[in-house]
Write a protein that binds this ligand. Structure first.
Ligand SMILES: C[S@@+](CC[C@H](N)C(=O)[O-])C[C@H]1O[C@@H](n2cnc3c(N)ncnc32)[C@H](O)[C@@H]1O
Length: 219
């Protein structure tokens, strides 16, 4: 995904009202919205983990009636931007932001909200230590309704095979932080998800060698 740097590494624009923007979200929000509209039966309540600027949730709720979206992040600056997007929301279906560290076993306010139809996370599992991915899987297993979905978006390797652009991206991530890196969907994530009662449901190829991956809670 050489042509799609992650927002935490790219220059984020700001509007003056606190809302931040990232070039990658402007490019990928429509294909992700279209994929979500095929996966999620509306009305539905979605918890987003690692919402970044908050652009995705604002765009998705603005174009999918019946979508109820709650932001969260670990990063205070990102939470400020998400709060600004939420305050300017006109749908009444954009909530949060909640402070959530994906790697923790206590997702604070999200634990009491309970009963999420889906947990969505874009571009986090490769730009965080692997503990964020394992915590994300545990949290989704803990908080999803039976039949609810964990939906991931980002670059992945598949069974040891990685696209050249993602291999270059993986190297650059590891040079910034050796604990970051493009994860192998089949070897790193699917076994953990299955052990947490999250059965792999589908994989959709997305632009710039990204995937949308969905898991369904089985018990
Ligand atoms: C590359 S950005 C992606 C933002 C947004 N999802 C997107 O695709 O534009 C990565 C985000 O992950 C968040 N993050 C990193 N580690 C996290 C953790 N342990 N728990 C929750 N969020 C985390 C960062 O604060 C940042 O907002």
């Amino acid at each position: 995904m050489a042509d799609e740097p992650p927002v935490a590494l790219e220059v984020r624009g700001e509007d003056g009202d606190g809302r931040r923007y990232s070039p990658s979200a402007a490019r990928n929000r429509e294909p992700i919205r279209d994929a979500l509209s095929r996966l999620i039966i509306l009305p539905a309540s979605i918890l987003e983990v690692a919402s970044g600027t908050g652009e995705h949730g604002a765009f998705f709720t603005g174009s999918l009636a019946g979508l109820h979206w709650t932001y969260s992040d670990i990063d205070p600056e990102s939470l400020v931007s998400q709060d600004a997007w939420q305050r300017l929301d006109h749908t009444g279906r954009l909530r949060g932001p909640l402070t959530i560290d994906a790697s923790s076993d206590d997702w604070l306010a999200a634990e009491t909200a309970g009963g999420w139809d889906a947990v969505f996370s874009a571009n986090m599992v490769h730009i965080a230590p692997f503990a964020a991915a394992t915590g994300l899987i545990r949290g989704a297993s803990r908080l999803l309704k039976p039949g609810g979905q964990l939906i991931l978006y980002g670059p992945f390797a598949r069974n040891g095979v990685i696209a050249p652009s993602n291999a270059a991206f993986d190297e650059s991530l590891k040079s910034r932080n050796p604990d970051w890196g493009v994860r192998d969907l089949d070897r790193d994530l699917v076994p953990l998800a299955e052990a947490a009662n999250l059965a792999q449901q589908g994989v959709t190829e997305m632009p710039a060698n990204n995937l949308i991956v969905s898991f369904r809670k089985t018990a």
